[in-house]
Design a protein around this ligand. Structure first.
Ligand code: NAD
Length: 366
């Protein structure tokens, strides 16, 4: 059986890491019909939008996509393609497993945490009021009248939007994930002592949902405490569920602990659509150099195989990647931090090495 999958190469290092991933996925033995569609800055110049409708239509039709990173200009230019895609397709759950593999240069040896990040609300809702705009002055007036708080006239405002509906479905998702993956504990991360009506609502809802899952331990912690605890005792965490912004930061922190963003995969999931992409961005300074680590993208591909029910081939591909990491020879610069290490290989050579391992495992199982 061949799977129809949308492939969005992205920009910056995206095309290189998605190409390396496409090659190893095909070598796993699973057959794909790739529908390759483009989004990002280059497309903006041609189509007037960085996220043309045909991209969304392809993902809606195929229900599964593999996506490379897309650059978001800071301050000006278009809004994030990534955020727009997640919102348009209602991909409300971002799942980012962070696990230390043997041979990875990291002081942390036994990290195995899954960050479940709410993907559509919070400060990413995109409701912003620009400094000096008439609607900003109107909002400031409303705030002064209703809250008695003066907002400085030269302020820009971004709304933090957290709903009970959004909180309920992400926390339920985290518990269902924990049950399905034999995880023991869910930690809800928030700052409810300060943001009582947004994070407070998230926390109250999380506590309510947790009562439905007696077999899974539940706790809540404040985000500042969690970042400190993560670097001191990561083994106390299992599944973390959290609003959008904290999830973004915490998943990068966890990625750093397991060897860097070059090894951190992810999935954006809705009720019936799944988009798989690495945690890292488009790293423009490395674009086109065949230098960066494609393993985060490849491990996102492993998640995609599991999502498609191809568990055996997912395990084989993950083992092949883990084998290449453990040998430490055919890996990129980020996995060779010491001056005494042999020279790193490039992105496409990592794909060659993973394919070689897959071929070896085929020979052993025949
Ligand atoms: P980044 O993740 O692109 O890069 C930060 C640093 O991490 C790089 O300089 C590099 O040292 C390292 N790195 C990243 N990917 C790597 C890899 N595969 N192998 C080895 N090292 C790697 O983060 P940034 O510089 O903050 O963001 C660059 C752009 O990417 C921004 O425009 C941002 O908005 C965008 N972005 C996109 C996504 C996405 O498409 N999902 C996610 C995050 C950031």
């Amino acid at each position: 059986m061949a799977y129809n999958v949308t492939l969005i190469p992205g920009d910056g290092i995206g095309p290189e890491v998605t190409e390396a991933t496409r090659r190893v996925l095909e070598a796993s033995g699973v057959v794909f019909n790739w529908d390759i569609v483009y989004a990002g800055a280059d497309v903006q110049n041609q189509c007037g939008t960085p996220l043309p409708d045909y991209v969304l239509e392809s993902v809606r039709k195929n229900r599964v996509a593999l996506k490379g990173p897309v650059t978001t200009p800071v301050g000006s230019g278009f809004r994030s393609v990534n955020v727009a895609l997640r919102q348009a397709l209602d991909l409300y759950a971002c799942v980012r497993p962070c696990k230390t593999y043997p041979g990875v240069p990291s002081p942390y040896k036994n990290v195995d945490i899954v960050v479940v990040r709410e993907n559509t609300e919070d400060l990413y809702a995109g409701i912003e009021f620009e400094k000096g705009a008439p609607e900003t002055a109107r909002l400031a007036k409303l705030i002064a009248e209703t809250k008695g708080t003066a907002v400085r006239p030269d302020s820009g405002l971004s709304l933090k939007v957290i709903s009970e509906t959004g909180s309920r479905r992400i926390v339920r998702f985290a518990f269902e994930y924990a049950c399905a993956h034999r995880r023991k504990k869910v930690t809800a991360v928030h700052k409810a002592n300060i943001m009582k009506f947004s994070d407070g609502l998230f926390l109250d809802t999380a506590r309510e949902v947790a009562r439905e899952y007696a077999g899974i331990e539940f706790e809540d912690k404040m985000v500042d405490n969690v970042t400190m605890q993560l670097v001191r005792r990561p083994e106390q965490f299992d599944v973390i569920v959290t609003p959008n912004l904290y999830g973004d930061i915490i998943s990068d922190l966890c990625a750093g602990m397991v060897g860097g963003t070059g090894l951190a995969p992810g999935a954006n999931l809705g009720d019936d659509i799944a988009v798989f992409e690495a945690t890292h961005g488009s790293a423009p300074k490395y674009a086109g150099q065949n230098r960066v680590n494609p393993m985060a993208m490849m491990l996102s591909g492993v998640m995609m195989l599991r999502h498609l029910g191809e568990t055996r081939d997912a395990d084989r591909l993950e083992n092949a990647i883990v084998g290449v990491i453990a040998e430490g020879r055919d890996v990129t610069y980020d996995l060779k931090p010491n001056a005494t290490d042999a020279p790193p290989v490039g992105t496409s050579q990592v794909a060659d090495a993973v394919i070689e391992k897959l071929t070896e495992s085929n020979r052993l199982t025949v």
